[in-house]
Design a protein. Structure first.
Length: 187
């Protein structure tokens, strides 16, 4: 089963992955796909201020215990792709410069790094110039996507920020799986 792969979903296997998850007693949270996560979803999202010139994680997306969160990549058919968009601002609403490098690091439940993806802020920003990006303009993870098991997280790091990051917004579409109460035994 693909669930044992802690990092990525293999190309072209997401429908098979979902079928296997369902047969093992997992279902979509609220029987809905995809889910939308924002910075208001504190069960999943935590933010940290970062002072100008500083380093650290300004955003963390954590998968709650006993759940599995999948973020599909660009290799999936358009209806199955999940987008990610963030917005980082200072207290005057000045946004982080687009050329700022962001590290997206997957950490296991003990905080050990599993992989690191580098992107420029403009790629994952919610805005394009002075307007918000439309659905097709948003960022899709390269190729396969990411699976987060209970306790694992994605940490977004900035290095030597040009601004104080005090306001962080996130918009993420993803699938969230929970175990059926009966463990999938019902017929």
């Amino acid at each position: 089963m693909r669930l044992n792969n802690p990092v990525r979903i293999e190309i072209g296997t997401y429908e098979v992955f979902v079928t296997e998850m369902h047969s093992d007693g997992w279902r979509f949270l609220d029987y809905k796909t995809p889910q939308t996560i924002t910075n208001k979803d504190t069960k999943f999202v935590s933010t940290n201020p970062i002072m100008a010139g500083g380093y650290g994680p300004f955003l963390e997306l954590k998968c709650p215990p006993d759940q599995v969160l999948t973020i599909n990549g660009a290799n999936q058919r358009p209806p199955l792709r999940h987008h990610l968009a963030i917005r980082c601002r200072d207290d005057t609403n000045f946004e982080l410069p687009g050329a700022t490098w962001i590290s997206i690091m997957k950490l296991d439940s003990m905080g050990k790094p599993l992989f690191n993806l580098w992107v420029c802020y403009y790629e994952i920003s919610q805005t394009k110039g002075s307007r918000f990006k439309q659905r097709g303009e948003r960022y899709y993870l390269h190729q396969e996507g990411i699976i987060l098991h209970g306790g694992e997280k994605l940490a977004f790091y900035v290095y030597e920020s040009d601004i104080d990051i005090v306001k962080t917004d996130v918009l993420l579409s993803c699938d969230i799986f929970v175990k059926d109460e009966d463990g999938g035994k019902a017929e």
